[in-house]
Design a protein around this ligand. Structure first.
Ligand SMILES: N[C@@H](CCC(=O)N[C@@H](CS)C(=O)NCC(=O)O)C(=O)O
Length: 218
């Protein structure tokens, strides 16, 4: 690790930044966050594109590697700084955690974000209610699946908190705060109760809900 703190670029209200930031804070290493994206801009600057040619946040630089894509960021930080905790040492246990990161990205992420944008980040007069209802139903199905999995274990990867909890766990704060019908998912609720007592979750995911209400033009 270099002498200076790890740097992470991204605005505090961005979902993918929150995932990475939560993971970074769980490692316990020193870091600094640099505002970028949204109203802060900067994603098209040549220096930023040199770090991430996609012009998206989050980006992390620890002096050894510059990493983008939030799940890749979480895996890198877990492997580098939290082996044995966030990053299970046995390949089988790591695979269990890892597959829930993939599951989230490939199943829940898109409908969840579309729901959040369609409901919370869209002015009431412009909301597409049939689409919102369809997204609520799709998300409900995914949270029910999580609920079944969590019926026999406290965390997605098994009996302890790992990187596998971070992507889907980040969605819980927004999901339970949205004014929508939710299915009965007591195991997900208990999992959320376990996550939301963690200081890094409180600091980086549970930001005031009003701060998450963005504008349609970014
Ligand atoms: N798949 C990428 C998605 C990155 C992404 O779309 N980030 C959003 C914020 S959540 C972004 O950069 N938006 C542009 C902006 O904030 O200006 C990841 O997981 O990191």
């Amino acid at each position: 690790m270099s002498a200076r703190p790890v740097r992470i670029w991204g605005r505090a209200s961005a979902f993918n930044l929150q995932k990475a930031l939560w993971g970074l804070a769980e490692t316990g290493i020193a870091f600094e966050r640099i505002d970028a994206g949204g109203a802060f801009g900067g994603l098209d600057a040549p220096e930023f594109r040199a770090m991430n040619p996609n012009g998206r946040i989050p980006v992390v630089d620890d002096g050894e590697a510059v990493v983008w894509e939030s799940n890749a960021v979480i895996r890198y930080l877990a492997a580098r700084y939290a082996s044995g905790t966030l990053w299970p040492e046995s390949p089988a246990a790591r695979s269990e955690a890892d597959r829930w990161m993939e599951w989230f990205q490939n199943n829940l992420y898109r409908p969840f974000m579309d729901l959040f944008w369609g409901l919370v980040r869209t002015p009431e007069a412009q909301r597409d209610w049939p689409r919102i209802e369809a997204l609520v139903a799709t998300c409900a199905g995914h949270y029910r699946l999580l609920d079944q999995h969590l019926a026999t274990r406290p965390y997605l990867g098994g009996d302890r908190f790992t990187m596998g909890d971070i992507p889907a766990g980040t969605s819980l704060y927004r999901y339970f705060a949205m004014d929508i019908d939710r299915p009965d998912v007591p195991n997900v609720q208990r999992w959320y109760d376990r996550l939301r007592v963690r200081a890094p979750y409180q600091a980086h995911v549970m930001v005031p809900f009003d701060d998450l209400v963005g504008r349609l033009d970014f």
